[in-house]
Design a protein. Structure first.
Length: 276
């Protein structure tokens, strides 16, 4: 069992609790809810036309949490971090592609600072501990009619205090939580504030300081060096994950010797032997 850096009793995440970790100025742009269908939907629905870069919604519970590829994201009451941040980067849509990977780095860094364990990153943006998924990230981009970015919503779901039998049987082998993997109950309030601070730093420097994110990503990507299945629509091909390119794409070698650079968003990659 890992030594506790920050054990705590179970708690609700509230704005007043967040005051221990974030300034009043920062909290002006944080909305904290008890329950919502999905924090990503909330930001979209409220059509925050003039909402500032960095506006954040946090909820203790989601009734319809969404994952990638139309999947749902299990969001039990009081057991995880469910949050979304609005990002308005000054770049083109193609320059924004690495944002998903950079968010994974920012969240992994926050978990490391607060919990003393560094999650691995399963390409593109799942965080894993001991080969089990503890966090998923859903990035959604909206364009203006001229093709420029209107906003990006970055949604993060981090499993904090689920016990292994809180997960449905069909995902128990691949999903887990910080508590189940470390034996420690960490403070949801401290984690959500740590993630907000990490994402604030990231919003400020990911476009200027790409190599910092790339280095961390390469050092922590658990997909590289493994046999994988590359899934595109209904087709699936076996490959070996060779490395991360400078644009965060994944370089794979197929069994016939040919290689391909996989760009996030186009395909998904599943471990052939276990989740990573
Ligand atoms: C995935 O694993 O496929 C991505 C999961 C993303 C879940 C988060 S929880 C907060 C935000 N709101 C949602 O509905 N989804 C994201």
């Amino acid at each position: 069992m890992i030594e506790s850096k920050n054990p705590c009793p179970e708690e609700r995440i509230t704005k007043s609790g967040m005051r221990r970790f974030l300034t009043d100025e920062r909290l002006k742009n944080v909305i904290c809810l008890e329950c919502v269908d999905s924090t990503n939907n909330y930001l979209k629905k409220h059509e925050f036309e003039n909402a500032p870069d960095g506006l954040t919604v946090v909820s203790n519970f989601q009734t319809a949490g969404r994952g990638r590829s139309g999947r749902s994201f299990l969001s039990p009451d009081g057991k995880g971090i469910y949050m979304s941040m609005l990002v308005r980067p000054e770049c083109s849509p193609s320059e924004a592609i690495p944002i998903t990977a950079c968010v994974a780095v920012a969240v992994a860094d926050a978990v490391n600072r607060i919990c003393g364990v560094t999650p691995g990153i399963k390409w593109v943006n799942d965080l894993v501990l001991n080969r089990k998924k503890i966090c998923g990230i859903l990035t959604e981009l909206l364009l203006n009619s001229d093709g420029s970015i209107k906003y990006i919503i970055v949604g993060i779901g981090l499993n904090v205090s689920e016990k292994s039998d809180d997960f449905p049987e069909d995902i128990r082998g691949i999903a887990s939580s910080l508590l189940a993997q470390t034996g420690t109950l960490f403070s949801g309030t401290e984690l959500v504030c740590g993630i907000i601070s990490s994402l604030d730093r990231m919003r400020n420097d990911w476009l200027k300081n790409k190599s910092k994110y790339l280095d961390f990503y390469r050092n922590h990507c658990v997909t590289v060096g493994n046999d994988v299945s590359v899934i595109s629509g209904s087709a699936s091909r076996r490959a070996f994950a060779e490395g991360i390119n400078d644009d965060f794409s994944l370089r794979v070698r197929y069994t016939d010797g040919s290689t391909e650079n996989l760009s996030c968003g186009e395909v998904s990659v599943r471990g052939l032997y276990g989740y990573v």
